[in-house]
Design a binder for this molecule. Structure first.
Ligand code: BTN
Length: 251
């Protein structure tokens, strides 16, 4: 995937949507789409992703992985880990991961990841992994102020977004290779769990049609979050379906 093709847009609806369009026209594995502004940025669970111009990173990577569709949610964790590594390399040694796919600084969200998969005859056709990083934003809309932050707000430094994009792509390349070889997340489990903000905390598990409180322990090699319920039962939560919230706030 080295020497990736990076396509830059001044404005696009969503880098994920655009890359899916390009994928259906045959775009190559490793193609990256980056935009200055998204007019219809997408978040998880059908939410929108605030995407003002010129301050942040909106990027998506196209993968045509040689693995079964069940493993696609693991790519979200591979990306979360890779963004974590890139942020550590910039000096943000305290960066944490909120399972499965948010990066957190000072208890607030700095990055979100949206993985979308397309099947062909029930086999994997392609996967788009989209990454939104709050980089140089100096203020957020009121409704996000308590839960979102940016690299600039955390450090007072304006960052070069192009270099950070390259760095994320480089770390992702390395981890993606290891993932394909192992076909699981054993290679990053320990490092991921070291960064995990949820460890030892109460979380609210939001399964479709079912909500409960549990204690998070860490991920296993499949990227599932291991939790203990109040009744002492151990459960494994699969990243594809469920998200967790802190009981007392965002983390
Ligand atoms: C989330 O935390 O809800 C996921 C947010 C993902 C946002 C990124 S920005 C680049 C890519 N294009 C999109 O429309 N969404 C992702």
């Amino acid at each position: 995937m080295e020497n990736k093709k990076i396509i830059y847009y001044k404005q696009i609806d969503s880098t994920n949507t655009e890359l899916a369009r390009l994928a259906t026209k045959g775009a190559e594995h490793g193609t990256v789409v980056v935009a200055e502004l998204q007019t219809a940025g997408k978040g998880r669970r059908g939410r929108q992703w605030e995407s003002p111009a010129g301050e942040n990173i909106y990027m998506s990577i196209l993968l045509r992985p040689n693995c079964v569709p069940d493993k696609a949610p693991m790519l979200t964790l591979v990306m979360a880990y890779s963004v974590g590594e890139a942020l550590k390399a910039l000096g943000f040694s305290e960066v944490q991961i909120k399972w499965p796919n948010d990066l957190v600084l000072s208890g607030k969200k700095i990055c979100g990841i949206l993985t979308e998969m397309q099947l062909k005859d029930s086999e994997m056709d392609y996967v788009v992994v989209g990454v939104g990083i709050n980089v140089n934003t100096s203020s957020f809309p009121k409704e996000l102020q308590d839960t979102a932050t940016s690299l600039y707000l955390e450090s007072g430094i304006i960052f070069d977004r192009e270099r950070l994009i390259e760095s994320v792509a480089k770390y992702f390349d390395q981890s993606y290779r290891q993932f394909l070889e192992a076909q699981d997340l054993s290679f990053l489990k320990e490092a991921y769990n070291d960064m995990l903000v949820n460890v030892g905390k109460e979380v609210r598990v939001l399964e479709p049609g079912n909500e409960y409180i549990a204690y998070a322990q860490g991920i296993n090699s499949e990227g599932e979050l291991l939790v203990h319920t109040k009744e002492g039962e151990e459960r494994r939560i699969y990243a594809g379906e469920v998200s967790v919230r802190g009981v007392y706030g965002y983390v």
